[in-house]
Design a protein around this ligand. Sequence first.
Ligand SMILES: Nc1ncnc2c1ncn2[C@@H]1O[C@H](COP(=O)(O)OP(=O)(O)OP(=O)(O)O)[C@@H](O)[C@H]1O
Length: 247
Amino acid sequence: MSVVPTMIELRDVSVQAQGKVLLHIPQLSVSAGERVAVLGRNGAGKSTLLRVLNGFVKPESGTVRVNGSQVYPFTAQTSLKQVRADIGQVLQGLHLVPRLSVLENVLVGGVHRMPVFRSWCRIFNAGEIAQAQAALTAVNALHLANTRADRLSGGERQKVAIARMLMQAPRLVLADEPTAALDPTAADEVCDLLVKASTGTTLLTVVHQVELVPRLANRVLGLQHGQLVLDCPVNQLDQQQLDALYA
Ligand SMILES: Nc1ncnc2c1ncn2[C@@H]1O[C@H](COP(=O)(O)OP(=O)(O)OP(=O)(O)O)[C@@H](O)[C@H]1O
């Protein structure tokens, strides 16, 4: 029997700021290939959890392992650059490079595989351009390739962010409210594209629209005041648990 590798492993993780505990997780383990929705009220610690995983927030204590690398505490073997190269991000709001075209924004997803000189000068070869065009085709956005990123609608921006993630080919995808401010039709499309683009990877999505959870995830984590108070399969989530989470 083959053993599914662990993608995320947190032990006794505590994040604090100004004397307040923002996140306290005694134990959390996510296997490779799982799709996890992270729920909770505003300020519950959802984004903090994602930032701990990509090393942008350092816990005061505990151990954080992602994709086999120890993100915290740092060790001589930790390459945060490599860890982040394996983590794709789809965030809410403006996170594309505004003055670059859509195609260039997607190409940026692959710069970690390029020689530094080429990535600085944004010199892309024909294979990379074809790959970026294929990623845009996968999210139904090839027609936007030459449009400046700051001219896009919210839904179009999220599609481009997903195409950039496809170009990056990460092992773990962190999506922080990817459907925020989208109308219901655009939100549905972005959810479906995100899940499709994350096939074969691990997907962690912070989401406020509970009705989208079954589209995005098969497991739910619930945070309340920085504590992990819910961890169950989506098909076992009931209204009482949700009411308690948002109380
Ligand atoms: N750098 C910081 N310094 C102090 N407090 C912080 C810092 N970053 C976040 N916080 C606080 O930590 C708590 C958790 O924030 P976080 O952004 O993780 O919540 P969230 O669940 O993602 O909220 P939202 O749904 O509103 O995005 C909040 O009370 C926030 O004010």
